[in-house]
Design a binder for this molecule. Structure first.
Ligand code: 8DG
Length: 131
């Protein structure tokens, strides 16, 4: 039995009542928060900054811890623990080549949204999202 938990660091960016979600070329129909797995020895905020730079060409501004959530990982067949930071942006995100899509959502919006985002992050942010 494996007890490995996938550790993920991610950003909740809300602008004008909408949450930023992305999908990757590897799974273009699955939408989730920008972010990813830490490299060895990397601190959470370093992972956040690296992933946001790599995926969106932006620097996280005033990251604030939002929550640590656990759920089934969307792409790997593994349990995932994801630490989410509420992040402001001062630049317009420009999706890098590894991304397939970028959307601003107020709810699931008919998309295939990763379980942790659908069941935990969207409910946590509900008050800040447009209806
Ligand atoms: N970034 C991110 N990953 C999530 C979320 N929800 C969720 O289940 N995951 C899953 C998807 C993948 O199974 C895993 C993260 O993988 P990833 O492929 O985005 O991470 P990465 O950029 O570090 O990956 P890699 O290409 O270096 O392997 O966590 C989420 O909201 N954001």
């Amino acid at each position: 039995m494996t007890t490995d938990v996938l550790i993920v660091i991610a950003a909740a960016v809300v602008q004008d009542g909408r949450l930023l979600v992305v999908s990757k070329q590897a799974a273009p129909d699955v939408f989730y928060l920008p972010g990813g797995k830490p490299e060895p020895g990397e601190a959470p905020l370093e992972t956040l900054a690296r992933e946001m730079h790599e995926e969106l060409g932006v620097t996280p501004y005033k990251p604030k811890f939002l929550a640590t959530v656990e759920n089934q990982a969307a792409l790997e067949n593994q349990w995932m623990q994801m630490t989410v930071y509420a992040v402001e942006l001062q630049q317009v995100p420009q999706p890098a080549a590894e991304l397939a899509d970028l959307r601003w959502i107020t709810s699931e919006d008919g998309l295939n949204v990763a379980p942790a985002v659908r069941e935990q992050v969207l409910p946590l942010l509900r008050d800040g999202l447009a209806s």
